[in-house]
Design a protein around this ligand. Structure first.
Ligand code: NAD
Length: 429
């Protein structure tokens, strides 16, 4: 059996490994730091470093011209000691098993930090959704679901959207699972189209969590604070709207097509309409263009990386001028960059705290199902705010007590809670 080892030193930023392997090395490094502080024994470290289940599948895709391509798919359940696994499915050409494992591990700590009874999972298919027709995309999704069917389900592992997937993908997943089961199983997914019993705005929940965490970090004074956002997708675009609603000035936004800036504040709704019409922010006429790197290095109060892993590196971290970084994306900052930012006095609200809103609202949705009751959007929002603020305050307290960063504190709490659950349950062997 292969056991992943926890490295005790920062992974070299220049190591010639895939981005997915770098993401996993970063995740293992952060686990290792927390394990050292918690003084965990070797066997517990090995259990926390190793996914509970990891399934690799091949997904044949029949193309419109009759050709057959085969892409790889994965579903990794990192840990289920505190509850059923939960985590999104990503469609991206770069996705590999290492990346999916790193993301699944992050989900485990995120759920534990938020105090919700779930474990961590993630799925991925190494395909570029933009290169597929709608019918090809549907075929890939349904075939992938058929392949991972034995390990997903409402009581075991519940997928949601992530990069490259959306409500439509989730609807196909739910339908494929239900057809196989022989009856409707809406609880197999989260984040699908709004139907009775579904949270009305699950789609914006991650971004609402980003706003709550940002406001907490700004001591509740967002008025006039300037914000730059990297990524204008399911997390970045609603986050821009919510932060503008809170009184911030969203001055710059980027996506894979380009980056735009208006120092007096972008009209977020107008930019979103442009982006939906043209396929991206590039060419938006009511703002100036800038480069992707320039956006990261802007002199703003808040930088929200909400695109992909590894955006802030040891190299470009030295040029970051924002005083506060709020991680909407999963693992956008490398461990080397963490050190540079900490030395420069930049506060980083880590992903497992800042982008937990989605999984928290998923949990609230599940609670409503279980209790056969329905909360208003206002009640759901109040509960979301309570959970994120509690997690933020606990993390800030632990960081201050130990003299460590918010990320180190968040991992200390998350890893500690999962380790505690392992000790309480014992080992079934
Ligand atoms: P998405 O595919 O909807 O959006 C990604 C955005 O990033 C797009 O606007 C894309 O154009 C942009 N982008 C890609 N490469 C870029 C680059 N080099 N520079 C600038 N922009 C770039 O994905 P999403 O669901 O918004 O997820 C974004 C991140 O947030 C991921 O790391 C994901 O794991 C994380 N996350 C998502 C959710 C969720 O509920 N969707 C929850 C938690 C964490």
């Amino acid at each position: 059996m292969t056991t992943l080892t926890v490295p005790s030193t920062t992974p070299a930023a220049t190591a010639p490994v895939s981005p997915g392997r770098q993401a996993l090395d970063s995740a293992l490094f952060r686990l290792g730091q927390a394990a050292d502080r918690l003084d965990l024994d070797d066997s517990l470290r090995a259990m926390l470093a190793t996914p509970r289940r990891s399934l690799a599948v091949s997904v044949p895709v029949r193309r419109e011209d009759g050709r057959m391509d085969v892409v790889q798919g994965f579903r990794v359940q990192h840990n289920t000691t505190r509850g059923p696994a939960k985590g999104g499915i990503r469609f991206h050409p770069r996705t590999d098993v290492h990346e999916v494992t790193a993301l699944a591990m992050g989900m485990t700590w995120k759920c534990a930090l938020a105090g919700i009874p779930y474990g961590g999972a993630k799925g991925g298919v190494s395909v570029d959704p933009a290169s597929l027709s709608a019918r090809e995309l549907e075929r890939v999704t349904r075939r992938y679901v058929n392949e991972v069917l034995p390990i997903i389900g409402p009581e075991r592992d519940v997928p949601a959207p992530d990069v490259g997937t959306d409500e439509r993908t989730v609807a196909w997943i739910m339908d494929t699972y239900s057809v196989n089961a022989g009856y409707p199983v809406p609880g197999v997914t989260i984040g699908g189209p709004v139907t009775p019993g579904r949270a009305p705005d699950r789609a914006g929940a991650t971004s609402r969590g980003v706003r709550i965490a940002t406001l907490r970090a700004l001591d509740g004074s967002p008025e006039g604070r300037t914000v730059a956002i990297q990524g204008f997708g399911k997390v970045g675009a609603p986050a821009a709207r919510y932060l503008a609603d809170a009184g911030c000035l969203v001055v710059a936004v980027s996506d894979r097509t380009g980056a735009v800036i208006d120092r007096s504040g972008l009209d977020v709704d107008d930019l979103r309409a442009w982006s939906e019409e043209t396929g991206g922010v590039r060419g938006y006429r009511r703002a100036d263009a800038l480069s992707w790197e320039e956006l990261l290095e802007l002199d703003v109060d808040v930088l929200v990386p909400a695109a992909m892993e590894g955006a802030i590196t040891e190299e470009n971290a030295t040029r970051i001028r924002a005083g506060l970084v709020v991680e909407g994306a999963s693992s956008p900052t490398t461990p080397g960059a963490d050190r540079v930012l900490a030395d420069a006095g930049v506060t980083v609200v880590p992903d497992i705290l800042a982008n937990a809103g989605g999984v928290i609202v998923s949990y609230l949705e599940w609670l409503q199902h279980m209790q056969a009751r329905s909360w208003s959007a206002r009640e759901v929002d109040a509960r979301l705010r309570g959970i994120v603020e509690d997690a933020f305050d606990t993390t800030a307290t632990v960081a201050a007590e130990h003299g460590i960063t918010l990320r180190q504190a968040a991992h200390l709490i998350g890893v500690g809670r999962v380790a505690e659950a392992h000790r309480a349950r014992g080992l079934h062997s």
